[in-house]
Design a protein around this ligand. Sequence first.
Ligand SMILES: NC(=O)c1ccc[n+]([C@@H]2O[C@H](COP(=O)([O-])OP(=O)(O)OC[C@H]3O[C@@H](n4cnc5c(N)ncnc54)[C@H](OP(=O)(O)O)[C@@H]3O)[C@@H](O)[C@H]2O)c1
Length: 175
Amino acid sequence: MAAYRALEKLLADGKVRAIGVSNFMPEHLDRLLGETTVVPAVNQIEVHPFFQQTALQRKHHEHGIVTQAWSPIGGITAYRGGGKRSFDDPTLQDIARMHGKSAAQVMLCWHLQQGRSAVPKSTKPARIAENFNVFDFELTPGQIAAIDALDTGVRRGPVAESITLETHSMPIPEA
Ligand SMILES: NC(=O)c1ccc[n+]([C@@H]2O[C@H](COP(=O)([O-])OP(=O)(O)OC[C@H]3O[C@@H](n4cnc5c(N)ncnc54)[C@H](OP(=O)(O)O)[C@@H]3O)[C@@H](O)[C@H]2O)c1
């Protein structure tokens, strides 16, 4: 709460244009909305076809909070290992073939058509360009429904409660 109130002050002082949060669960948002003044502009959370957090997205919608997807093309399903990679999913590959696009581009289009912000990451210039090249095609309602149906409900990132100063602290030498 103290950190968020500091963000509210930065906003009031005109030092930043918008403030938001990340990995807030419904109960965290309830507390934030109850105890502070400014509704966060975004909540950046894990969303990809295999994990969609639809109840949390509905809550965002009710309060005018933008859902911003991290791991939007399911990178975490690849680099965390131990399961099916989003990039290899047959449904996504079929839809990609129909549009002459890649599975990554289809996933990004799926986010944008559902009103989400998405922050894909790549270290490769060609893939960064590929990931921007998603504004010249549209998924059909049936294709969107097929991607929606890929949700497994299984979170790949850590639950918020497991993030503590002991497990995740990082010294900032210049601070
Ligand atoms: N708020 C949070 O708690 C949180 C947690 C995790 C991540 N994030 C942020 O979210 C951003 C993205 O998430 P992410 O990196 O986990 O996952 P992502 O963007 O869904 O996927 C990134 C992975 O996919 C590969 N990739 C990128 N474009 C591709 C393409 N067109 N085709 C095939 N593979 C492609 C990348 O490899 P190459 O680099 O080799 O292309 C990388 O391994 C990151 O910038 C990160 O800062 C936030």
